[in-house]
Design a protein around this ligand. Structure first.
Ligand SMILES: C[S@@+](CC[C@H](N)C(=O)[O-])C[C@H]1O[C@@H](n2cnc3c(N)ncnc32)[C@H](O)[C@@H]1O
Length: 188
């Protein structure tokens, strides 16, 4: 069975993440990915997570507490487009995870948007470590989703290929428009 885009994102990030790394979950939601990142970076690593919904942050905080990861994670109740106000240029970040759209069974108006997603990705790349990865799970199916997908592609197109290599993964002949994954790796 082929992996879902979010599973593939974890599989690819798993190849680069090591104990002690610094990782960012740009869309915390219920904190599944945040907890996964926290486990990967271990007790000496650090994870920063962003979400615009207080409810999502509270939910994720509970999950992290239960898992015993609270001391290695900082949750920020703000949009990822404010990333540069919260993330120092050093230490460099090994992995950024963007899982776009809205929370399943949550408020569909609390959704990622083209311009803020573009801004956050633009701020993320200069902070990415050599060999690090940015994963972006894109959901073009909801209102505004197609425009956001365009914005993600425009950002990828803006990257210098001397510095970045990138790939997409798109399930075919499945629900349309299908979610898809973009991964960007920093060469140097
Ligand atoms: C698909 S969900 C993320 C699911 C999450 N990765 C998980 O493991 O549960 C998308 C999340 O992005 C959040 N979001 C929307 N706009 C945002 C923004 N500008 N910055 C950060 N998070 C945002 C939503 O509130 C929602 O919780």
């Amino acid at each position: 069975m082929l992996p879902r885009v979010v599973t593939l994102a974890q599989m690819l990030l798993d190849l680069v993440l090591c104990e002690g790394d610094y990782a960012i979950d740009a869309t915390v939601g219920r904190g599944y990915d945040t907890a996964w990142l926290a486990e990967k970076v271990g007790p000496t690593g650090r994870v920063l997570g962003f979400d615009i919904q207080a409810e999502a942050i509270a939910h994720a905080r509970e999950r992290l507490e239960t898992a015993g990861f609270s001391d290695r994670v900082t949750l920020i109740h703000a949009g990822h487009e404010t990333l540069q106000d919260h993330v120092e240029a050093v230490p460099l970040v090994k992995a950024f995870m963007f899982n776009l759209g809205f929370l399943p069974k949550g408020d569909p108006t609390q959704v990622t948007r083209p311009q803020t997603t573009f801004d956050a990705l633009t701020q993320a790349f200069p902070r990415l470590a050599q060999g690090g990865l940015i994963s972006v799970a894109v959901y073009p199916g909801h209102p505004g989703g197609a425009a956001e997908a365009e914005a993600v592609l425009a950002w990828a197109d803006s990257l210098d290929t001397n510095l970045a290599e990138m790939a997409t993964y798109t399930p075919l002949k499945t629900r349309q428009p299908s979610p898809w994954l973009l991964v960007v790796s920093r060469r140097r």
